[in-house]
Write a protein that binds this ligand. Structure first.
Ligand SMILES: [Ca+2]
Ligand SMILES: [Ca+2]
Ligand SMILES: [Ca+2]
Length: 471
């Protein structure tokens, strides 16, 4: 989702002074003659009687409010065009519909014979014909191919480097922005894809995307991995030594590799307006068919979907699923050198959170929570700082009681059972935390197969959460 304001790139500034007859100054005939002189030979000369002349420009529609039979002259005092950008709020209406649509029902324009000839002359001047571009409220939209886009008229979309896909209910087309290696992001909600996407990329290289804040009020980027398929970590210590996805320029983010399709990541850019972030995909090592499509959304400061400080992942909603990167219960390997916090937004009237390990239909002994231990030697539940010094997950006061928040409460867990009761051969349990804000701090060291106690087959974790109503 790309919920934020958007940029309208074409701003037309026109000051039109309208005066009823009897005032001094150059009148419309003067400007019309000058236009015709200047453009003689380039385009059709305009005559007041031209039957093909268009209905007056929307911005001139105040004329339509003149009583039938009234006469007047238009006097242009200044006119200019500009490519300056401006911020338009989500719900902006650049022009109210009554001004955008031709005033067909207006008494002054019921039929062409009633039109004021001077208005007809002016309406086809090149400056004013710009107003015939139907203005589009730049609201978010869903393209026909399923991407998030922004409504623009087709010409503007193309000028901004987008591709239209489907139309918008409010007018215009759904404009989708997609860039690849070497690209620069200047639009909110831009997709970063590999070269020749959706074809895979199998080669060695470094593919970078530079992201500019599209507005000074942007504080964060949200990266949604619609697809992120890279080669996995090396298989001894699970380090990302070949392919890597990294982010620089913003808050510290872990280096990830392997497959993280469906996952996401927030990058804090701070409040400095000119901060740039660079997303990099490094591909090297053995042949592998990589592909990625990362949606880059720009998140303003202080909204209800702005992640709190220090949250690399931010889950919203009463229920959800939280996964470590490169999680796959059958083939994914827990990545080493991870150190980050995932946060769950406390929804209104919710006071606690329940966690359960995701279903594992692949392994006899579930591995959907497996931080330490090995596939050959299941260690079960391991808890506490002393017992979990290498790879661990901290959930404040995690308990297996939904009624007594402090029962068997521990903060740090590891092992290969999602459980707070160590020393018992137990499987995964339903666990609770009533400490707000809801956070999960995850850490892995840089060894796995070379650790003092060998670990193997660790998958990281996948947890389902359900927020618990206040009672
Ligand atoms: Ca481990
Ligand atoms: Ca297990
Ligand atoms: Ca480790």
């Amino acid at each position: 989702m790309c919920r934020t304001w958007v940029v309208a790139a074409l701003v037309i500034v026109v000051s039109v002074a309208i005066r009823v007859s009897g005032v001094a100054g150059r009148d419309s005939d003067y400007y019309l003659d000058r236009w015709n002189d200047k453009n003689r030979g380039k385009s059709k000369a305009i005559t007041p009687e031209d039957p093909t002349a268009q209905i007056p420009s929307p911005l001139l529609s105040p004329w339509s409010r003149l009583p039938p039979g009234a006469t007047g002259k238009l006097i242009l005092t200044s006119a200019a065009t500009s490519n300056a950008t401006t911020q338009i709020p989500d719900d902006a209406q650049l022009l109210p519909p009554s001004l955008v649509d031709p005033p067909a029902t207006s008494p002054a324009f019921r039929n062409s014979s009633e039109r004021d000839p001077k208005l007809l002359k002016l309406s086809v001047s090149p400056m004013l014909s710009l107003f015939n571009i139907r203005r589009v409220a730049n609201t978010p939209c869903l393209s026909s191919s399923g991407e998030n886009g922004t409504c623009f008229n087709a010409r503007e979309c193309k000028r901004l480097g987008g591709v239209t896909s489907g139309s918008c209910k409010t007018g215009g087309n759904c404009c989708v922005f997609q860039v690849s290696c070497g690209g620069l992001v200047t639009q909110n909600c831009t997709y970063f894809v590999n070269e020749n996407y959706p074809k895979p990329f199998d080669g060695v290289g470094s593919c970078q995307l530079t992201v500019n804040k599209v507005n000074p009020s942007v504080c964060q980027l949200r990266l949604d991995f619609d697809s992120l398929v890279l080669s996995g970590p090396e298989t001894t210590d699970n380090r990302c030594l070949n392919d890597r996805f990294t982010v620089s320029g913003g808050s510290s983010t872990p280096i990830i590799c392997g497959t993280s399709t469906g996952n996401h990541m927030y990058v804090d850019l701070g409040r400095t307006s000119n901060t740039q972030a660079v997303l990099t995909v490094i591909t090297m090592g053995p042949a592998f068919e990589r592909s990625w499509k990362v949606k880059v959304s720009q998140i303003p400061c202080n909204t209800d979907y702005t992640a709190p400080n220090g949250c690399l992942q931010y889950y919203q909603g009463v229920t959800g699923q939280i996964k470590t990167y490169n999680y796959d219960v059958s083939t994914g390997l827990q990545l080493s050198n991870q150190d980050y916090t995932s946060c769950v937004r406390t929804e209104r009237n919710f006071c606690g959170i329940q966690y359960t390990a995701c279903a594992d239909t692949v392994n006899v002994d579930p591995e959907s929570f497996s931080l330490t231990g090995s596939t050959t030697t299941q260690v079960g539940a391991v808890v506490g700082q002393a017992n979990c010094p290498n790879d661990w997950l901290i959930i404040p006061c995690l308990s297996d009681s939904s009624v007594d928040p402090t029962a068997n409460c521990v903060d740090r867990i590891c092992g290969d059972a999602f459980n707070v009761r160590e020393g018992v051969t137990v499987g995964d349990a339903v666990l609770y935390s009533f400490v707000k804000p809801f956070t999960l701090v995850y850490h892995t060291d840089d060894t796995e197969g070379n650790a003092a106690v060998l670990e193997s087959g660790n998958r990281g974790y996948c947890l389902n959460y359900v927020q618990q109503p206040c009672v």
